[in-house]
Ligand binder design. Structure first.
Ligand code: SAM
Length: 403
């Protein structure tokens, strides 16, 4: 059957869900009968999804494939502001579990035909009557198409308990809508040749259900349904690293600050040894040119009558936070303002700040004699105030929610 369709039929079914997700941007998505977690694996790349859950009665199969959903090293090295939690459960769609209520989208791709008709009734009650998601996508084989499938006599799969015609699917779906307050549209994937499309329909028929009233639709709970019920077993859960997690934000910021400060220090020391070696050279002095961003910074600072300096002591080079913030886009993006930058770095064991916390102190190899005498009072304490700047242009923005 796979050779009959291009792309393969299972891909077309998953693509149908992905297109729906792109259009409707659900935040909480649950895949029933998630099997080898293939659909979940594709969905985890969708930025709008914050909670992605899967349920299957076959826990061994889920366990075998759940590693596909684990964060990879780049998720840790370059976390984004997106938030994603993944949860996988073992359990039956015929049973209630309050952890899977209130989702924006529930998908049931080629699952219901594996249930007895009595269990399909329970499925309807659990999914539409108890979980009450905003939208449900149900796909199931269309038996009318079977005559076009080479080698298929009877059901398409040995485990199928039934395969419905379009009319049978329609009748079940419309009853669900009446019973539980949904509306449905019918479509499908896997097209027949043009001249047979009307007579046999799609290979996989799909119902897209929307709760009446959408997100704000009635979701009244009966008393016993309001209680927590846990009938599924949680097999796997993971929170993806996110910059909205303050610890993660700090970690990334610290590594960015240390890298950028070391970079600025080495450029500045190089500049100093090739020319301006007075130990308090404004960063923007770029005699000989070459460093475009430094020149730009210089102009900006002149306008604002601001003086920023890297200053060198015997043990440290002091890199003002204002310089870091202005020179390093990632640092400014992560912190939002110089004030926030200071706040995020203070107390961090990997960062040494000067006395008034206006500069990062970066250890460097002791320089040659020409540096002696610079900030001698500073050298006594090792890392006292070692730079000066006025920062009348510093934008002390409010702490932004997305930082
Ligand atoms: N949805 C998958 C996809 O799109 O790739 C394929 C589904 S596979 C054909 C059917 C899945 O339903 C199997 O993994 C099976 O274990 C699961 N299943 C069968 N009965 C179930 C039940 N009562 N509750 C939950 N999952 C069930």
């Amino acid at each position: 059957m796979a050779t009959m369709f291009s792309p393969a039929l299972h891909r077309q079914r998953h693509q149908f869900v992905i297109d729906f997700v792109n259009l409707n941007k659900p935040k909480k998505v649950l895949d029933l009968g998630c099997s080898e977690c293939r659909l979940l694996k594709t969905l985890k790349f969708h930025r709008d999804i914050e909670l992605l859950a899967g349920l299957d009665i076959n826990g061994a199969k889920v366990k075998k494939h759940m590693h596909k959903l684990a964060p990879v090293s780049t998720d840790y090295l370059q976390p984004s502001y997106d938030q994603l939690r993944i949860e996988l459960y073992q359990g039956s769609v015929t049973q209630k579990d309050s952890r899977l209520r209130g989702f924006d989208l529930v998908t049931s791709i080629e699952l219901i035909e594996h249930l007895s008709l009595a269990d399909v009734e329970l499925f309807s009650a659990v999914v539409f009557g108890y979980m009450t998601p905003v939208a449900v996508i149900v796909s199931t084989p269309n038996s009318e198409f079977n005559l076009l499938l080479p080698g298929v006599s009877g059901f398409r799969h040995i485990d199928h308990k039934f395969e419905w015609t379009r009319a049978e699917f329609r009748s079940w779906a419309l009853k669900v809508c009446l019973d539980y307050g949904y509306e449905v549209e019918f479509t499908g994937v896997g097209q027949a040749p043009q001249e047979q499309q009307d007579s046999v329909g799609f290979c996989s028929q799909i119902g897209v259900f929307q709760r009446l009233g959408g997100r704000n639709g009635s979701n009244a709970l009966l008393d016993d349904e309001a209680e927590d019920v846990f009938s599924y077993t949680l097999l796997y859960s993971v929170n993806y690293p996110s910059l909205r997690d303050n610890n993660m934000l700090r970690k990334v910021l610290v590594s960015e600050v240390l890298g950028s400060a070391a970079n600025l220090m080495s450029r500045w020391l190089e500049e100093k040894t090739t020319g301006n070696g007075d130990g308090a050279v404004p960063l923007c002095q770029t005699e000989g040119g070459g460093e475009e961003f430094l020149s730009e910074l210089c102009m900006e600072m002149e306008e604002q009558q601001t003086v920023f300096s890297l200053v060198c002591t015997r043990r440290y080079v002091s890199v003002p936070l204002a310089v870091l913030w202005s020179c390093c886009p990632k640092v400014s993006e992560l912190s939002g303002s110089v004030g926030n930058l200071r706040h995020l770095l203070m107390g961090n064991p990997d960062i040494k700040l000067n006395q008034d916390s206006s500069a990062v102190l970066i250890t460097h190899q002791e320089q040659d004699q020409e540096e002696e005498g610079v900030d001698s009072d500073v050298e006594e304490s090792g890392y006292a105030e070692a730079s000066h700047y006025s920062h009348n242009a510093e934008q002390e923005e409010e702490w932004e929610a997305n930082v």
